[in-house]
Design a protein around this ligand. Structure first.
Ligand code: FAD
Length: 340
């Protein structure tokens, strides 16, 4: 076996997905050097087989074993490429932990990632769904994605515009079979204005007695909010928000608001965003449990595995939730994690 990668047959994935679903992969390939990707893809265990690139598995649901090769990165590396005193270009490899990168940039005195603190997962997965939280999205600071393009068999550098980012969307998510992300480059500033106007950030900073917060303070506030609001996957299996917040036309939003008092509606560039959590809670699912599959009692958008639920049981519950929201509100919820 090469020093650049490791192959393991019939590999358990239970500790490689945050739902803690007990699935197996026919082959697990750990990549130590992205330069070996062409060689790995040419090997008989991988060639012409289904392929899945897996980070920390915090946004996937395995409904069955994966009959193919699962590729995962253990590459490490974060560096500052350019630094003119005001802006800096930062490069990080796919295998790095996302929150580790956020903390490292803050320690360098750079801002821009503080609202994205504590999102689980790897750097390589971050562009997939243009991760977002607390009023910020990755696309605001991302400059370049380096990825192996399986259609042309080459490594390419994609600019932000070429990544096709929108809410929880990108070209990588649209064509997951095509792209293997190896590196992300970000442009961060030393003195960017802080984003404080989202879901309790200001209140949390006030509770911490921080009248003139720094980016590191905002990160701390976001971490505290997230720890309070979301179940910790280390304690109870989950993949964060299970459904995307639906975006509807202004007319449909107004109609729904007239029929359902209290429906939260937010302005977004392409229409009106509704709260999927609110819709699900109104259908009575918050805190629901059937066997070991359930809906968090902390947050109606988070499906949980209390222990031994199968991926099929979680998926079946998700479909029932989706159907009930469709029946009550006429809105079709779309899952956020990748369903395998
Ligand atoms: C408690 C909790 C809270 C969360 N909160 C948020 C949140 O606030 N905002 C948010 O946006 N997300 C959130 N998520 C979802 C998740 O953390 C992110 O989507 C994260 O980026 C997934 O990273 P991962 O390494 O675990 O990817 P995985 O789950 O392993 O993979 C996700 C997708 O990316 C693909 N992928 C992974 N790595 C690569 C690569 N190198 N190249 C190509 N494709 C790749 C996979 O094939 C899959 O399609 C949350 C999840 C949890 C469990």
């Amino acid at each position: 076996m090469s020093v650049h990668y490791t192959f393991t047959p019939d590999a358990p994935l239970t500790r490689r997905n945050t739902f803690r679903i007990a699935a197996h992969a026919t082959w697990l390939v750990e990549i130590h050097d992205p330069g070996a990707i062409p060689e790995i893809l040419a090997r008989p265990e991988v060639k012409s087989q289904p392929l899945l690139v897996l980070g920390e598995g915090s946004n996937v649901l395995f409904t069955r074993d994966f009959d193919g090769a699962v590729l995962t990165f253990d590459t490490r590396g974060m560096e500052m490429l350019e630094n003119d005193g005001e802006t800096a270009r930062v490069r990080a490899t796919a295998g790095e932990d996302w929150h580790g990168l956020v903390r490292w940039t803050l320690a360098q005195g750079l801002c821009g990632l503080e609202n994205l603190s504590l999102i689980p997962g790897t750097v390589g997965a971050a562009p997939m769904q243009n991760i977002g939280a607390y009023g910020a999205e990755l696309s605001e600071t991302l400059e370049i994605v380096e990825a192996y393009d399986r259609t042309c068999g080459e490594s390419v550098r994609l600019s932000r515009a070429q990544c096709g980012f929108s809410y929880r969307q990108s070209v990588f998510k649209q064509q997951p079979e095509r792209w293997i992300v190896t590196v992300v480059e970000l442009c961060l500033r030393r003195n960017a204005p802080l984003k404080l106007d989202y879901a309790g950030v200001r209140e949390e900073l006030a509770a911490l007695n921080l009248a003139q917060p720094t980016a590191a303070d905002v990160s701390e506030a976001v971490c505290r909010l997230r720890r309070r609001k979301l179940p910790d996957p280390a304690v109870i299996g989950n993949a964060g928000s299970f459904f995307k917040n639906p975006v509807v036309s202004p007319n449909q939003a107004a109609q729904l608001q007239s029929e359902h008092a209290g429906l939260p509606v937010f302005n977004v560039p392409d229409g009106k965003k509704l709260s999927a959590a609110w819709l699900i809670e109104q259908c009575g699912w918050k805190g629901f449990r059937e066997g070991d599959a359930g809906v968090s009692d902390k947050h109606a958008l988070v499906l949980v595995n209390y222990g031994c639920a199968t991926g099929a049981q979680i998926w079946s519950l998700a479909q029932r939730i989706r159907d009930s929201v469709q029946e009550k509100f006429g809105i079709r919820l779309e899952p956020e994690p990748r369903i395998i």
